[in-house]
Ligand binder design. Structure first.
Ligand code: ADP
Ligand code: MG
Length: 344
């Protein structure tokens, strides 16, 4: 499997603690860097602080939290997860949902409505039919679904058919939710909350990436903003650098990581819920920065499906910063992104 949609210049092997200099009489600021696989992707954590043990504890606590989020919360593959339970009960009436899940779903369905259905987590059955994540990971061969199969599975989907009420949800029969497009963004929101819980107060800053989603926290020791390289979707290297500060979240969605080539065509994992086929909107990568991990992640997927014109408008409506790379490798961004993006 290929990891690392975004390069955050992190150490990728094991855990290493580096000591940086501090001025006399003050405690020196250290850097903690570690990485592991969690939620089916590469997670990299960097923290700055004056106590190495606190940073190690924080990193372990975040890693444990991500496992729990996946296994108990948002992965339909995990039989004990809340999403699996919701899916199992499709067509059987109301299912209780936790407050956290209820809030994730509410935001997801709002993005669905505002994107005219370009973003829709109810297409789980269609996602499973293509199973492009497993194909891209080399776990199975690519199989082209028939138009009839796609039409049948699409009939069971549609965010407007979901009843989400006070503490409950009810799905129509055959519907399956898939949180793939927002899971990593949700993880970043929760990591930010966790890191601001008052524990380990010796930690003064950090940046964590969960696959293509990134959260920036606190301050870097030298006071400069965090710098994140955006990978070029068609060749080695990056297209430029985005600077981020405390409380900002970045997500990239693209057609270049999880895809299969079949008869000269690229079949990638971002689907157009109107057709059931991989979205063909003239874009190959979309990066969104906002003050919410879930929204950045949802919008990067939604805007990819919508294409340049409508995607720009949606990002603007949400007050998000957006960068789009077109299939001809040229790129376009809004004014907010212009302030934080620089070509390298
Ligand atoms: P990544 O997982 O690489 O970060 P995305 O955030 O764009 O990429 O999410 C893609 C995943 O979201 C797919 O693997 C699938 O599970 C799901 N998905 C695909 N198309 C859509 C869509 N139009 N709306 C909501 N979810 C989608
Ligand atoms: Mg997404």
């Amino acid at each position: 499997m290929k990891y690392g949609k975004i390069l955050v210049y992190m150490v990728t092997l094991g855990v290493c603690i580096l000591t940086a200099c501090g001025s006399e009489g003050t405690k020196s600021v250290m850097t903690h860097k570690s990485s592991q696989v969690a939620m089916g992707t590469m997670v990299s954590q960097v923290y700055y602080g004056t106590d190495a043990q606190d940073m190690e504890n924080r990193a372990a606590c975040v890693a444990g939290f991500l496992d729990d989020l996946e296994k108990q919360g948002i992965s339909w593959r995990e039989s004990e997860s809340e999403i699996a339970r919701i899916n199992e009960n499709a067509g059987k009436g109301r299912v209780e949902v936790t407050e956290a899940m209820s809030s994730y779903l509410e935001t997801a369905f709002e993005v669905s409505a505002r994107s005219g259905g370009a973003f829709d987590i109810t297409i789980g059955d269609v996602v499973q039919l293509w199973d492009l994540d497993a194909v891209a990971a080399g776990e199975k061969d690519f199989a082209m679904p028939t138009r009839e199969e796609l039409t049948e599975r699409l009939q069971g989907s549609g965010y407007e058919k979901v009843a989400l009420g006070d503490g409950y949800i009810s799905l129509p029969e055959g519907m399956r939710l898939d949180m793939g497009a927002i899971g990593k963004g949700i993880a970043c929101d929760e990591i930010y909350a966790l890191c601001n819980d008052g524990e380990y107060a010796t930690i003064t800053g950090g940046i964590v990436s969960v696959g293509g989603s990134i959260v920036a926290m606190g301050q870097k020791p030298d006071g400069t903003p965090y710098r994140v390289s955006i990978v070029h979707p068609r060749k080695e290297g990056s297209i430029g650098v985005v600077t981020m500060k405390d409380g900002e979240f970045l997500s990239t969605s693209g057609d270049y990581e999880r895809y299969a080539m079949y008869e000269g065509e690229r079949y990638h994992h971002i689907l157009d819920p109107k057709t059931g086929y991989p979205a063909k909107s003239g874009l190959c990568s979309v990066t969104v920065v906002s003050d919410s991990g879930l929204l950045s992640d949802a919008l990067s997927t939604a805007c990819f499906v919508l294409g340049e014109e409508m995607g720009m408008r949606l990002a603007q409506e949400y007050g998000a910063k957006i960068l789009m790379v077109r299939e001809d490798e040229s790129f376009v961004m809004n004014a907010g992104m212009e302030e934080i993006f620089a070509v390298q």
